[in-house]
Design a protein around this ligand. Structure first.
Ligand code: HEC
Ligand code: HEC
Length: 428
């Protein structure tokens, strides 16, 4: 016998006997005189009530004992705090409608990018950073600058290649992302390994297959040999120490913080110009929310890796198996799924080919891949229906061509007006 059962019998049985006896006596004294019966009749009435009470008490005792024996805690029901029991009951009987998810809030890009306390943006620092961004001395053979791969105007801040081409025409492993609006990203690079623009800027200069300088000291030596750089660094940083690699990265980062594009049809629309988007773009905007792109590409910089608010900067990609992963070699070399920083989608229409390996050169196809691989829109799907607590089969049919076209139209509304105009002029 369990110890709880012993406890129940030890306390419960005497309590039952005393309870039944005193109730019976009360009935005999209170009810007896009113009944108008003779003595035998009074005792008969009392005994009838007493038996009823005893039977009820025994029944409860047996139920509790059996319950404990079976290990089903009927008693535990009495142990549920009252408030909780009430909630459980109202859930069961009132069956309230599930709370409606709050609607997604669209945001325009701020006019200025935030800068860290130890590297405030000043006009002189930005000008020095711009000069360094275009400086070919920072590559081993003097053939490349940052702008060789990040062509600000002709290629939307990228290079238009599927994978980057460094010094001596070496092919890098990854696609070149745009530097426009990188200032709003909380982590940089496709895998998000750089925590700031300052940390990032030194990387390509010393990377053997990018700009290939032997060392930071070599960059400092080359800049110090140029009197105009010595003067610029002294003016910007307010002392006459020779140019250092740390200050070089600070100046480049300050320049990059000015590479932002709040001048898009989307931003004009969100700021109140109702005519800024056409019908297809509006349909695409609605789909972008309802299909679920905003789960990852959210906030004013269309990325959950943004300084403007980030919850989950990196995501598994591709998250679901689709035929695309073989077609475009989307898996890592070891066949695993990669974890990638969620890229911003601003100016994305200007920066193809797309994805970390630059394998896709149609934006429509990227949208289909995203819908299938990231949102499971690839057919019938077995899934856990959390609200109903059951396994369900839901229709997750791939996006139709019209929906894909509308989503692409919306992505084009994220292109900067001035970048589009300058690109058209440059590429004419
Ligand atoms: C040879 C081509 C090449 C050169 C030269 C180059 N980059 Fe890049 N850049 C890339 C590639 C490729 C990546 C992505 C690398 C990765 O994710 O592993 C990248 C990433 C970046 C990023 C991160 C963007 C983001 O959203 O994550 C920034 C910022 C950047 N480069 C700035 C610079 C600066 C500043 C210079 C000059 C000092 C420079 N790059 C020189 C090819 C280049
Ligand atoms: C679960 C998170 C997630 C969802 C949902 C998602 N994406 Fe993505 N998206 C990513 C990640 C991660 C990448 C980077 C993939 C890579 O590195 O190859 C990406 C890349 C992209 C790119 C290519 C960017 C570039 O510069 O190459 C586009 C375009 C894009 N997504 C659009 C969409 C659209 C449209 C939707 C909705 C149909 C969507 N995404 C839904 C996480 C997501």
């Amino acid at each position: 016998m369990s110890s709880e059962l012993n406890d129940v019998l030890a306390i419960g049985l005497p309590a039952l006997v005393i309870g039944v006896a005193s109730l019976t006596l009360m009935i005999h004294r209170e009810l007896g005189p009113f009944s108008g019966l003779n003595t035998a009749g009074k005792w008969l009435l009392t005994a009838a009530f007493g038996m009823g009470l005893l039977a009820f008490g025994l029944k409860m005792a047996v139920a509790v004992a059996l319950d404990l024996r079976a290990g089903t805690p009927l008693l535990a029901q009495f142990a549920i705090p009252f408030s909780q029991a009430g909630a459980a009951r109202s859930e069961r009987f009132a069956n309230p409608a599930p709370p409606r998810a709050p609607r997604y809030v669209w945001a325009a890009l701020p006019e200025q990018a935030p800068s860290p306390a130890d590297n405030p943006t000043t006009a002189a620092k930005v000008a020095l950073g711009r000069r360094l961004f275009f400086e070919k001395k920072l590559s081993a053979d003097g053939s490349l600058s940052c702008s060789s791969c990040h062509d600000l105007f002709a290629k939307g801040g990228g290079d238009g290649l599927s994978r980057a081409r460094g010094i001596a025409r070496q092919r890098g492993p990854r696609n070149t992302p745009t530097v426009w609006n990188a200032a709003f990203q909380a982590v940089l690079f496709w895998d998000g390994r750089a925590p700031s623009l300052e940390e990032q800027a030194g990387g390509p200069i010393l990377n053997p297959i990018e700009m290939g300088l032997a060392s930071a000291a070599e960059a400092e030596r080359r800049l110090a040999a140029d009197a105009s750089y010595r003067a610029d660094f002294a003016a910007v940083f307010g002392d006459d120490r020779p140019p250092s690699f740390g200050r070089l990265t600070q100046a480049i980062a300050a320049f990059e913080r000015t590479l932002i594009t709040p001048d898009t049809p989307y931003d004009r629309f969100v700021r109140g110009d109702e005519t800024a988007l056409d019908a297809a773009q509006l349909r695409g905007m609605a789909l972008f929310e309802t299909v679920g792109c905003v789960l990852c590409h959210r906030g004013a910089n269309f990325s959950d890796a943004s300084l403007l608010g980030s919850e989950s900067a990196r995501r598994l990609f591709p998250a679901n198996a689709t035929p695309y992963e073989d077609k475009y070699r989307l898996l890592l070399a070891d066949g695993q799924r990669g974890v990638w920083r969620v890229p911003s989608l601003r100016n994305v229409a200007l920066t193809g080919p797309w994805l970390h390996n630059g394998a896709v050169d149609q934006l429509e196809e990227v949208v289909r891949i995203m819908a299938g691989a990231q949102l499971g829109r690839s057919g019938q799907l077995n899934t856990w229906l959390n609200n109903d607590k059951m396994l369900g089969r839901i229709d997750r049919s791939p996006l139709g061509d019209g929906e894909v076209a509308d989503l692409v139209a919306f992505l084009k509304a994220l292109s900067s007006d001035s970048l589009v105009a300058r690109r058209e002029r440059k590429n004419r």
